[in-house]
Design a protein around this ligand. Structure first.
Ligand SMILES: [Zn+2]
Length: 467
């Protein structure tokens, strides 16, 4: 792919690519080397936006992916509750509802366990009465900043929570440990990834510990949470973990109608801002001056526009690309603004597989502003593909399918080669890793091995693994 298209063979040594050439030449020059033959080699895949701790956790949760009917979800919960001890948390995720259900259905399904179910986009949650009790959410609770406890006419919580109100429950759940992070990362490795861009909600101390133990199965580009980044210094740990950025959230997500838009949803709402833009600017400047870059979540058009304005002010301080995470809904005028900024565009094409329906429902007439792969590619800013796992499974096949066959704007589709670029070189540039993401002499030996469109193995830091 990138690099010499005619190359037939690579010689790897000491964690790097040492030589590239014709098979017979390399065999003659290095007769003692161990040889393996594969159909196709690309630079190692990156998942450029993921939450590996929560992916690790998700691997053990009730899977509600694809469900949009609360009764169906309640049915699955009832089934799972049968086998669970009284009082233990029953957790699931993956549903997306068109209306917000209330706690009664879940109370019937699981009367003896507290239940906490997160929507597919993780921006809202459905909880039963026991769950609300465990989190001490009552009629007299106030909404947390950036969140909403939905209530009935008498002020009682209905059992549905938006945005940061979900953390009220999150705080009382048993917390996942370092082994869950490791489990999540191993799953990426098994799928052929050699790098993951971590996007928050996990202690960097665990990642540092794994790096020190030599047990990181992928290279990590790490964005710290805005609450605790000041305890860390930017830079590399053991060549495997790069503490690189601070993460901010400018808005929510489309599925929960919290993506912040210029024009209203059919119900008249505009979504909601999360981190205040001025706060992102002020804290962002401090982080940039300390040597971090920024990764800012922006899904709705208004969030994207606001973040680009912030980036414009912060551009003089940027030493690595400023990352716009998601860029899911973009107006024409913001596309033009992107050209002049030190920007990287991090996108999750596989979300389109489920979001196509939501775009038609919530943003009728504005479909052309959604998932503009081609238009964003044409800005010539580094484009990086990811899954946002656990929001979607880190499936290479799903991403390729969604980006090469756009669900409602075929002219926005990319070619397979362009997608692979966004998975490899584009993602490396977005990370500020200029030596990575290429098949070239003295590049790191992080490679993905393919048969057809399926990864069948990888080389990570020079070590070969066949699946
Ligand atoms: Zn995310």
């Amino acid at each position: 792919m990138q690099g010499d298209e005619r190359a037939q063979a690579l010689l790897l040594e000491g964690g790097e690519i040492r030589a590239i050439g014709l098979s017979q030449d390399l065999c003659a020059r290095y007769p003692a080397s161990k040889q393996i033959r594969v159909e196709r080699i690309t630079p190692g895949l990156h998942d450029a936006h993921a939450h590996p701790l929560y992916w690790g956790e998700q691997l053990g949760l009730l899977d509600l992916a694809g469900l949009s009917d609360p009764r169906e979800v309640a049915g699955k919960v009832a089934e799972a509750a049968k086998n669970m001890p009284v009082g233990t948390w029953l957790r699931g995720s993956g549903f997306l509802f068109e209306t917000y259900p209330s706690k009664e259905l879940l109370d019937q399904a699981a009367p003896h366990q507290p239940v906490f179910l997160q929507s597919r986009d993780l921006h809202s949650a459905w909880v039963n009465t026991r769950g609300l009790e465990a989190a001490r959410i009552t009629a007299s609770s106030t909404d947390p900043e950036g969140g909403k406890i939905l209530r009935d006419s008498s002020g009682e919580p209905t059992g549905y929570l938006l945005e940061r109100a979900t953390s009220l429950v999150g705080e009382v759940l048993p917390q996942p440990g370092i082994q869950v992070l490791e489990k999540g990362l191993k799953d990426f490795a098994r799928r052929g990834y050699t790098a993951v861009h971590h996007m928050g909600w996990c202690s960097a101390a665990w990642a540092i510990e794994l790096a020190e133990r030599g047990s990181l199965p992928v290279r990590l580009w790490w964005a710290l949470d805005k609450e605790d980044w000041q305890a860390f210094e930017p830079g590399w740990h053991h060549g495997l973990l790069h503490l690189a950025a601070v993460k901010f959230f400018a808005d929510g997500a489309l599925g929960s109608r919290t993506a912040w838009m210029h024009r209203p949803y059919p119900d008249g709402s505009f979504g909601m801002p999360l981190d205040d833009l001025e706060e992102i600017r002020q804290r962002g400047e401090i982080a940039l001056k300390k040597g971090f870059t920024l990764a800012v979540h922006a899904i709705g058009t208004r969030a994207v526009a606001g973040v680009l304005e912030v980036f414009k002010t912060l551009a003089p301080f940027a030493k690595a690309p400023l990352r716009l995470e998601h860029a899911q809904h973009v107006r024409d005028q913001e596309l033009r603004l992107m050209n002049s900024l030190p920007l990287a565009l991090s996108m999750q094409p596989s979300h389109l597989l489920e979001d196509a329906r939501l775009v038609r429902r919530h943003l009728l007439g504005r479909e052309r502003e959604a998932f503009r792969f081609r238009d964003l590619w044409n800005t010539a800013k580094p484009m990086a593909f990811g899954s946002d796992a656990p929001v979607a499974a880190p499936s290479v096949a799903d991403t390729l399918a969604a980006a090469t066959g756009h669900a409602f704007n075929p002219e926005q589709s990319l070619t397979k080669e362009e997608c692979l670029y966004a998975f490899t070189r584009g993602a490396s540039l977005a990370a500020g890793w200029s030596r990575h993401g290429v098949v070239a002499v003295s590049a790191p030996a992080d490679l993905t091995l393919w048969e057809g469109d399926t990864p069948i193995g990888r080389v990570f830091a020079g070590e070969l693994e066949l699946f």
